[in-house]
Design a binder for this molecule. Structure first.
Ligand code: PMP
Length: 364
């Protein structure tokens, strides 16, 4: 008897491990493990979600027209060149399913988002890792790994979990060095948070090249992580291909309604951004004062490194913080066995976390 056998590649996947969200004893944690927004969604998005409960018996608009129109208006894009998905995770997977198959390669960076590897393997392709330079995407290292088999290159800009970014001039150099048949995916999950003059999420590059796609999410600054909502903007032929293979109703009605309200509530996003500006800087400074090295970050999170050989370790800090009700993110799977990632929280959450961390480091 021959039992069902997964396709090659599937069993090579280590399933994605989400940030922890629960503590023993049912204690409500301070959860700074998944880069969610401390301000929550726009109240208008919440109201739209609840209102969408009327009409659950109907299928959603499979084309998510209202949402694509709202995104198009907010970002100045042609809605016809946008595809929405159940989180940007779904879109990253769909891109691999369209362009990567057995014998093909796709490149991502050393400490890049783990979903890239999963998506490549699930599509039957071979993941190729490009080393980073000082925890930044290294364009030359990526270009050095391109072969005729390369089909897709993923760049998270800014990257998670490092929080680092590369300027648009480097992204342009990457695009110019890649063969035309290679799809460059610019993952801007944290683009809304970046405050740097030399940064761009890639909208102009998508509009002016036939082979670049930008992926974005509603899970971060828009506060809709639970609803699973993302979108991508790309050249028409790529969008057409994605539309052929996505589920016909891959985004649900409540997510569409909440997404429209969220993207239209500019005031709320501005508030979330101002909060992040203030508290990211504060967290970086306070964590640094404890003698921990913090990677320069432009996202809504920071990566703190514990000194090798010291008795104070990421594992120790993580366990100690949990006793204080604080959950940060271990990042061993990203190649950082002795670092923790902390998402910017509310003022209270940040203060409690820093106090606990100071106690652990013996610097209270
Ligand atoms: N890209 C990056 C770099 C991320 O960090 C995340 C979320 N952790 C995603 C994409 C996926 O976001 P979502 O599926 O929630 O849209």
């Amino acid at each position: 008897m021959t039992l069902p056998t997964p396709k090659p590649g599937v069993l090579a996947i280590n399933a994605y491990v989400p940030g922890e969200s629960e503590l023993p004893g049912g204690v409500k944690p301070i959860k700074l493990s998944s880069n969610e927004t401390p301000l929550g969604p726009s109240p208008k998005a919440r109201a739209a979600y609840i209102a969408a409960a009327e009409g659950m018996e109907r299928y959603p608009d499979g084309a998510a027209t209202a949402l694509r129109n709202a995104i198009g208006k907010a970002y100045g894009l042609d809605p016809g060149r946008i595809v929405c998905g159940a989180g940007s995770d779904e879109l990253l997977n769909l891109i691999c399913h369209v362009y990567v198959g057995p014998g093909d390669e796709a490149i991502y960076t050393e400490h890049g988002f783990l979903v890239y590897k999963i998506a490549i393997l699930a599509a039957g392709g071979t993941p190729v890792v490009a080393p980073e330079k000082d925890l930044h995407t290294d364009v030359d290292a990526i270009l050095a790994r391109v072969t005729p088999k390369t089909k897709v290159v993923f760049v998270a800009n800014p990257n998670n979990p490092t929080g680092t970014y590369i300027p648009m001039s480097e992204v342009r150099r990457l695009r110019a060095g890649l063969p035309e048949h290679v799809v460059l995916v610019l993952d801007g999950a944290y683009a809304e948070y970046v405050r740097r003059n030399d940064y761009e999420a890639g909208i102009e590059m998508v509009a002016t090249t036939p082979n670049t796609v930008m992926a974005r999410t509603f899970s971060k600054i828009y506060g809709l992580a639970a609803l699973r909502l993302g979108w991508c903007y790309g050249p028409q032929p790529i969008i057409d291909a994605l539309n052929r293979i996505r589920g016909p109703f891959n985004v649900n009605s409540a997510a569409i309604a909440a997404g429209v309200a969220a993207v239209e509530d500019v005031e709320h996003s501005q508030k979330a951004l101002a909060h992040n500006d203030k508290w990211l800087a504060w967290c970086v400074e306070e964590v640094s004062k404890l003698g921990l090295k913090v990677t320069p970050t432009v996202g809504n999170f920071l990566l703190m490194h514990f000194a090798d050989g010291s008795a104070k370790t990421a594992a120790g800090a993580d366990a100690f913080l949990k006793t204080r009700g604080v959950i940060l993110r271990r990042v061993t799977g990203y190649g950082f066995p002795n670092a923790l990632r902390m998402t910017v929280g509310t003022e209270e959450e940040n203060r409690v976390t820093l106090k606990a961390l100071a106690d652990y480091m013996g610097k209270a």
